[in-house]
Design a protein around this ligand. Sequence first.
Ligand SMILES: [Zn+2]
Length: 395
Amino acid sequence: MHISAFSLSRVPRIEFGPGLLAKLPGIARRYGTHALLVTGAGSLRGSPFWPDVTAGLSAQGMSWLHLSIPGEPSPQTVDEAVRTFHAEPIDVVIGIGGGSALDAAKAIAGLLKPGNSVMDHLEGVGPELPYAGPAIPFIAVPTTAGTGSEATRNAVLSVQGPDGFKKSFRDDKLVAEYAVVDPDLLATCPPTVIAANGMDAFTQLLESFVSSRAGPLTDSLAWGGMKVARDGLLALYADAGDAVARGRMAYATLVSGITLAQAGLGSVHGLAAPLGAFFPIPHGVACGTLVATATRINIESLRSREPSHPALEKYAQIGRLLSRQGQLGRDDAHAALIDTLDAWTHALRLPTLTHYGVTPNDIPRIVANSRGSSMKTNPVRLDDSEIAAIVAARI
Ligand SMILES: [Zn+2]
């Protein structure tokens, strides 16, 4: 095995395991006595975990302010929060929730002290000024198994509508100080969220595994993540009470955040950005509904243009892994991979793009806005007609 050059950027300190939410107050206390809690729209406050967190913080002598984030965060959400809390003596920002809450918390932690607008730093829009910090220490506590935001250095913010965008505020200084990953928190996750987020996590593992920036370190992590996702995704969808499946998907998601931050993604995430900007499509649904077709088109393009590309063997390895048929030849393994992804898409009842109002007339605009950072690390350079075919197949 040839070990190619690679770099490993920051990863949070990680506490992973059932029941480890109990460690959160003690970890937060290391940074001071004033916390800002950033959560999702409200389900956490009604859950049994909320009193544990707040009582735990009180027991540590900490005071806390609370901000809830309804839906996917926009730059305006972040700027308003920064204005509201800028003068407060906040020592630590704790994000507890799905990807939206964690991304919002990450961006707010980054800007509370500098106090400027997040629009100054968003990639691809505005002046793209370098971020100098300082960031307030951020602790990420995921309650879904989806984006892997607990391990990444970017916060995805979106403005939705015809002129919408979905872009990242990205810097190493935004990486969480701690990720507290307690799989028990997934017990309250509804099946539709488990389906979409689980497919997002799997897609992140798959895309970083075949990425043009993949390397031996992320490959071994992604491989293990895909293996446990194979064994955990449908089981967790069937029963969020399955503690073994919860652990598997929480792990697969955490690892997907590490691998995507190091190795990048591919065409599915390239397309998820404009789809989520122009239409009210949750990120995980966009990824889950596209991944089977996008994988097929990547394989077809590689076969016709770059038949000796190493990603073709990697796709075959994944096909053998998911189908549990280690003896399959390359072509059969590719077919097994696409069949498995199709079967998951069907079993998890992932809606088509039509469900969110996408029509064939929208395809050129979606394709034109798909060439962000994720598309750049796709294993093969797709032309516009190939990208259009991915979208068309899911309308
Ligand atoms: Zn994703």
